[in-house]
Ligand binder design. Structure first.
Ligand code: PMP
Length: 426
């Protein structure tokens, strides 16, 4: 029995499925999860001492790579000053100012501890600010596990969604309308039918929870126009894309201005930190200035904010995203060439430090077409890479992440590993 298998058995005895977040259990791809004991730069080491080139980066936050010296120093200094006060600190102001300086659509921001909390609070704010109930979301977009957002498409536009989780009563999701991503005609129809009741529309403008699917420019524009016309709030969930696809997030790439932006992952640099923000008029609806309640014992935590601030300082340096984007491009081009050589249907997408690939002949535009990927082939690719020391996300509907710590050699080694695996996949 290997050490990872022993740990997995021990974990499953005391933690449901052995994990504290389901995708880590390797359920989709099969096999034993690697129990990680440490990480540095672009690498993680498991409990058996095996090294992996890490393209998950803690699912997005580790944009500088693991253990960046400036980040570690800031966190260590913060730790010695105190772990949590439950009272305001100057560092929270600094982080808020740093975020607002980089995201022009936001005039005020509230810090929380997870993307789920931020998304849930953004929905409550949209409902509170508009006095309406209904929410639009898109199939394949994930916004955390708040009840109202755990919804799959209903059977038609007149019917609202069905919950995707046990424990979420249909009454709780009855105001959530789930539409197809990138379907302009359906969006038009939904607003024509329900426009006056829609509080907000929430979207991952570059969706990273169905691998990597961009909103078309036309679709993104139409989301903005329809929200404006009908008095609904446009909520762009940038938990994954914020400071990841570029300094201005997906909204910068697509040129849309949301009413509310949801952030997480990179802004915490690996510590529990997320945020939501928007115009002053909307954000002042939040307690204590307004009637929309939201709170958190650890919100704006002094160690997490130190980590986030140090991370933002690094990524705001000139040339950061150019260098990161070039690495990501080299990776996806190398993978594409390796797949082409082997005659494996393959296509890729990337922006900044985020990438996706599909074992499909052409790029999908929505969830249904992403799911046409053959999972058996993906699983073989995943395990082939893992066995060769390359750690990609263990599910075909997850995006990948490159960090500033990945070197040309890491990328070349990854492509070489992929070439060997593709040759077997044909
Ligand atoms: N929104 C998006 C777009 C996400 O990708 C995620 C997490 N992957 C969340 C929200 C939820 O964030 P958290 O896991 O921090 O609750």
């Amino acid at each position: 029995m290997t050490i990872n298998t022993q740990l997995f058995d021990r974990a499953r005895a005391v933690i449901p499925g052995g994990v504290n977040s389901p995708v880590r259990a390797f359920k989709a791809v099969g096999g034993t999860p690697r129990f990680i004991s440490r990480a540095q730069g672009a690498y993680m080491w498991d409990a058996e001492g095996a090294r992996y080139i890490d393209y998950i980066g803690s699912w997005g936050p580790m944009i500088l790579g693991h253990g960046h010296p400036a980040v570690i120093e800031a966190v260590q200094r913060a730790v010695t000053e105190g772990l949590s006060f439950g009272a305001p600190t100057e560092r929270e102001i600094e982080l808020a100012e740093a975020i607002l300086a980089l995201m022009p659509s936001m005039e005020m921001v509230r810090l929380v501890s997870s993307g789920t909390e931020a998304g849930m609070s953004a929905i409550r704010l949209a409902r509170g600010a508009t006095g309406r109930k209904r929410i639009i979301k898109f199939e394949g977009c994930y916004h955390g596990h708040a009840d109202a957002l755990l919804v799959k498409a209903g059977s038609g536009l007149a019917t609202f969604g069905q919950s995707t989780s046990a424990g979420v009563p249909e009454e709780v999701v009855q105001h959530t309308l789930v539409l197809e991503f990138n379907n302009v005609a359906q969006l038009d129809e939904a607003f024509a039918l329900h426009g006056a009741d829609i509080a907000g529309l929430i979207i991952e403008a570059i969706a990273g929870n169905m691998n990597f699917v961009r909103a078309t420019p036309e679709f993104a524009r139409r989301c903005r126009e329809l929200c404006t016309q009908h008095g609904a709030l446009l909520i762009v969930d940038e938990v994954m894309t914020g400071f990841r696809v570029g300094l201005g997030g997906a909204q910068g790439v697509l040129g849309i201005r949301p009413d509310i932006t949801v952030l997480g992952k990179v802004i915490g640099g690996g510590m529990p930190l997320a945020a939501f923000g928007g115009s002053r008029a909307i954000m002042e609806q939040m307690a204590p200035t307004g009637p929309v309640y939201q709170a958190g014992t650890l919100s704006g935590n002094p160690v997490a904010t130190a980590c986030g601030l140090a991370t933002l300082k690094e990524i705001a340096k000139p040339g950061f995203y150019e260098a990161l984007g070039a690495k990501t491009q080299a990776l996806v081009q190398g993978l594409q060439a390796a797949a082409d050589e082997a005659g494996v249907p393959f296509c890729t997408e990337h922006e900044g430090g985020m990438f996706g690939f599909f074992l499909l002949p052409e790029l999908p535009r929505n969830y249904a077409s992403v799911m046409k990927s053959e999972s058996a082939k993906f699983n073989a690719l995943f395990h082939g890479l893992l066995d060769r020391g390359v750690y990609i996300a263990p599910a075909l509907y997850e995006a990948g992440f490159v960090s500033a710590a990945h070197t040309d050699e890491d990328i070349a080694a990854t492509v070489a590993a992929a070439r060997e695996v593709f040759a077997k996949l044909r």
